[in-house]
Each structure stands twice: as C-alpha cells, then as structure tokens.
Write a protein that binds this ligand. Structure first.
Ligand code: DAH
Length: 345
C-alpha cells in the first residue's frame, strides 16, 4: 500500500509539472482526488488494512493528498497558466456563422489575354505558344531584317550570352510575338489562322513601357488573303473588345516584315477623341499590322505564288489601357503587386 501511494504521488506530480493548462489540471485533480479518483480509492481501502498499519498509512495518504492539492493550486496561480481564448476556441460552436476564406482571382492581364483569345477563337483563330528565349533567325533575320541591320535596335533586344547557333545566330529574349510567324509557317499546315500570345522583353521602363510585357500576334496565310480581310478582322476585334462606339484608323508605316505596313490607331476612350494626357491628339497608337512580306513567307517555306497573308501584333497591356473603364496613367502599376489596385478587378 505504501508503495502504491508513493507511485500515485510520483505520477500526479509529474503530470502536474508537465502541464500549463487549467482544464488539464482540474482533470488531474478529479483523476486523483475526485469521488472515483485513484487516491480517494486507495484511501477508502485503508480501512481494510490491519489495525496496526492503519495510522501510519493514513498519515502518508493524507500528506500525499495535501501535496497534490498544493501542487495543483500553486500551478493554477502561476502566471504561465493558459486559460485564455486559445483554449476556449477548442470548443466549436456549430451555430456560429462560418468564416469565408479569402478568394483570389486572375490577374488583370490574364483576364485580358483570356478575353482577347476568346474573341479571336470565335472567328477561327487557334492560340499557339512559342519559345520566350529565341534565336535571332526567328526574331529578326527570317522576318526580313538584313543581317546586322540597325533596325534590330528599334526592338531594344536583350541578347543572351551564349555561343551563337551556326544557322540561327544569336540567342535573344523574344522582343515581339512576330517570331512566332516563322515557327507557325514551318509547321507546313495551311491555311494558317494563328494567335500567338506571349511575354516579350525589351530594355525599356517608363510610364508606358515595362521590360517584360505581353503581345498578341495574329497571322493569317491562305489563298487570296487581302487587306480587306485584315480590315474585317480589325473591325470585328475592336467592336467586340472595345464596343461599337470606338473608331480605329489605319496609317501607312514601315515594318521590315510586312508590305504594305500599317499602324493602327484607336480613338481614345478616356477623352473620347478630344485629346488628353494619355493620347495627346485623340488617338492611341495600338501597334502594327500589314500584309506579310513575300521574303518572310519564303523563309517560312511558303509558296508565294499561291499564298498571301496578313499579320498584326499588339500589346496586351496597351489594349487593356484602351478599355473605357480603365484609364491607367502608369502601366507599371499592373506589375506592382499592389493588392489595393489588383483587388479592384
Ligand atoms: N512586331 C511588331 C512590334 O513589336 C508589331 C507588328 C507590326 C506585328 C506589324 C505585326 C505586323 O505582325 O504585321 O513592334
């Protein structure tokens, strides 16, 4: 019996020492000293012991009972004891309203890309993806840029420090989606109705330029393709994307890879064509377009006697800015990861 009592004390003290939790301490008290507690049970059995050992064992049992009581109340008074809300929250009140988890959403640019893709897919274009790290051949030479011609400078290209490829030349970060034109032609599947949406890279950064941005490139190659088809596609795109009210115009321009080449302007949605800080004269310059230069078709392995084509390449960020409801004054905010901005969309 003596041994049993000492074991009970050892167990109780080690349990008390190892917890800082008020509820657990109360449970220890109940387990040892409660009505059916193990020490209470031992004390009840003292009456059955031989008369002569009863006083001594009784005294020991009482001391142990007091020790356990003292240890528990001492611990309960100590500052470390945890009775706070963390403990209480363990109890779940199923009648409380649930907590809604914060839901994210697609980035504005991704939303734009999806909308643009849907519009073009609707009239039979297929979205493709080509490498972001490209060869000079695809980005420039095959697009009718004479070798080492300064026209490459207009694209403010990032050149990659790599051994040049024997046929394809220098490695570059693709500066425009036009490099996808030759890759698409190389597939040898005609007619072509390609939509290449991709990241592009140029050494530039100001209110209307970022070093990494997105372009979408359309390429249509087939029999009897003419400028009227290009105009029809532009018309359909602007009406679908910007609404019926906005106007666009085609201006003669020069690109190496199209002949004739155009620049496309869209009437400004911020000032409705009156002229403002964003557009200056009422028109926003959107990007290029034109009839694919025969040399480009040849470089892509296409029979120029049988086929012609048109192409256009525009910035996703730029067309986003042209949405009437999105008068962005500084393009860089799109990439600033500022939730106060992003959560508005
Ligand atoms: N690649 C040109 C640029 O980044 C844009 C462009 C112009 C694309 C004319 C075209 C085009 O497809 O026909 O500035």
């Amino acid at each position: 019996m003596e041994e049993e009592l000492i074991n009970l004390q050892t167990n109780a003290s080690s349990l008390i020492i190892s917890t800082d939790d008020a509820e657990e301490l109360e449970k220890i008290r109940e387990d040892f000293l409660g009505k059916d507690g193990s020490l209470t049970d031992a004390i009840k059995r003292i009456g059955k012991l031989p008369q002569e050992s009863r006083p001594e064992i009784g005294k020991l049992a009482n001391e142990i009972k007091n020790t356990i009581e003292d240890l528990i109340s001492h611990k309960l008074k100590s500052k470390k004891i945890n009775t706070g809300p963390a403990k209480r929250s363990k109890k779940i009140d199923v009648t409380m309203p649930g907590q809604a988890l914060p839901l994210g959403h697609l980035h504005l640019i991704t939303q734009g890309i999806e909308e643009i893709t849907n519009i073009f897919e609707h009239i039979g274009f297929t979205r493709v993806r080509y490498p972001e790290v490209e060869w000079d051949w695809y980005a420039f030479t095959a697009l009718n840029f004479p070798e080492n011609h300064p026209a490459r400078d207009d694209w403010e290209t990032f050149f990659v420090k790599e051994e040049p490829h024997p046929k394809n030349g220098q490695m570059v970060l693709t500066p425009h989606t036009s490099s996808g034109q030759i890759r698409e032609m190389e597939k040898g599947e005609l007619p072509i109705k390609m939509l290449n949406v991709a990241k592009c890279y140029r050494r530039q950064s100001d209110v209307s330029h970022v070093p990494m941005f997105h372009q979408f490139e359309g390429l249509v190659v087939g029999e009897n393709i003419s400028i009227t088809h290009l105009k029809g596609v532009l018309d359909y795109f602007f009406k679908s994307y910007l609404g019926e009210k906005r106007k666009f115009r085609i201006r003669p321009y020069h690109f190496q890879f199209t002949e004739p080449s155009f620049e496309i302007d869209v009437s400004c949605g911020v000032c409705n064509g009156r002229g403002c800080k964003l557009c200056k004269a009422g028109w926003l310059e959107l990007g290029g377009a034109g009839m694919v230069h025969p040399n480009v078709l040849k470089n892509g392995g296409i029979d120029t006697k049988k086929y012609t084509g048109f192409a256009f390449g525009w910035g996703v960020e730029r067309v986003l800015m042209m949405k009437e409801d999105l008068a962005l004054e500084d393009l860089r905010i799109l990439y600033s990861n500022d939730l106060r901005f992003l959560e508005q969309f």
